[in-house]
Design a protein. Structure first.
Length: 340
């Protein structure tokens, strides 16, 4: 199972100033996997800017040109899970061996390895083996290597060996082309005025751009297939509002207290009862992740703790995420509650 998705192709990836370097490096790598100085090729940038699409497109194109090579796409999260399972099942060597046999390894969202020392260690060894044997590694991340946190120095230095190429928000013309390309593929025709309205108002995230278009097509088909500017404005407004909604530390504490069936005052109290400590630590962790507040400010709003306590809480949660499946489920469920 290569986990490649043929829908993510270079043909469907619209070129623009915002992705020119990353795209052409990706093409170079797919022409000569392992044979360029772009090894690893690291594609980084914010949410919904095409990292997964481009990384997949590289894999799909390599598989097309070199069918005999093994290409594997995997998210860093899934890689971590497999590694943990291999430890539990006493199959760590098989796990390593499997990855060392691959010709082209694509690991998506490597920022997920932050703070996970064991997984970083095993990835370091796999990376070295592949690199020494002229195999191609492609990575994506939400940040440039210099800005990555809690990744071991030796691994960071490997990340910097090849080329780091950034994806930024596409400019207006590219946004219009992306919309038109998608319309063409879906076989719908929408007036220019409306396409341009969407492209003018949704600026930072290609996934949202597509989201608005999908909503519009769906809603217009209820309303007898009329693409009106009025309907478009309603949909765009809703998208813009949703993304601006920043969660507050108060809101995070409320959601987590409710989830664990306790009061906010209990969550903030000094008690050391395990489940309450865990709820408190989760509130700190989500506040760090989802707000711009400093550690000190988070601590003071969650039961007057200091910044070191918050930092410790975040590390504890990261560790538990790596080792405790039940805990990981809590975090996923809370994430859903906080984001929808
Ligand atoms: P990321 O992994 O950076 O969060 P994705 O690769 O999932 O982003 O892209 C989000 C959506 O936007 C996908 O549906 C993808 O196909 C689309 N997309 C992103 N960039 C482009 C582009 N340049 N051309 C066409 N579609 C794009
Ligand atoms: Mg992605």
């Amino acid at each position: 199972e290569s986990q490649l998705n043929p829908n993510y192709s270079f043909d469907n990836f619209i070129e623009g100033e915002s992705n020119r370097l990353a795209r052409s490096a990706g093409l170079a790598v797919s022409n000569k996997p392992g044979g360029t100085s772009f090894n690893p090729l690291l594609i980084y940038g914010g949410v919904g800017l095409g990292k997964t699409h481009l990384a997949q497109a590289i894999g799909v194109r390599i598989k097309d040109k070199y069918p005999e090579r093994t290409v594997l796409y995997i998210s860093a999260e899934k890689f971590t899970q497999q590694f943990i399972d291999s430890i539990k099942g006493n199959t760590r060597n098989d796990f390593i061996h499997f990855y060392q046999m691959i010709d082209v390894l694509i690991v998506d969202d490597v920022q997920f390895l932050s703070g996970k020392a064991g997984t970083q260690d095993v990835f370091f060894h796999i990376f070295n083996h592949l690199h020494q044997n002229g195999k191609q590694v492609i990575l994506t991340s939400d940040k440039a290597p210099v800005d990555m946190q809690d990744i071991e120095q030796r691994l960071l230095s490997r990340f910097k060996w090849g080329l780091s190429a950034e994806l930024v928000s596409p400019e207006f013309e590219t946004r219009v082309s992306i919309l038109k390309n998608k319309m063409f593929r879906d076989g719908v025709d929408i007036p220019d005025e409306i396409v341009e309205y969407i492209a003018k108002n949704i600026k930072t995230n290609v996934r949202e751009l597509e989201g608005v278009l999908i909503s519009l097509i769906a809603q217009a088909s209820f309303n007898h297939k009329e693409f009106t500017l009025q309907l478009t404005k309603q949909i765009v407004d809703k998208f813009v509002k949703n993304t601006k909604k920043e969660v507050s530390i108060d809101y995070i504490q409320k959601v987590i207290s409710k989830y664990f069936e306790m009061d906010v005052t209990t969550l903030q109290s000094k008690t050391r009862k395990r489940h309450i400590v865990q709820a408190r630590q989760l509130a700190m962790y989500f506040s760090k992740r989802m707000t711009k507040a400093s550690l000190a400010s988070i601590g003071s709003q969650i039961g007057s703790r200091d910044h070191a306590t918050v930092l410790h809480a975040c590390k504890t949660v990261d560790n538990l995420l790596e080792t405790d499946k039940q805990f990981k489920k809590y975090v996923e469920e809370i994430t859903k509650k906080l984001t929808f």
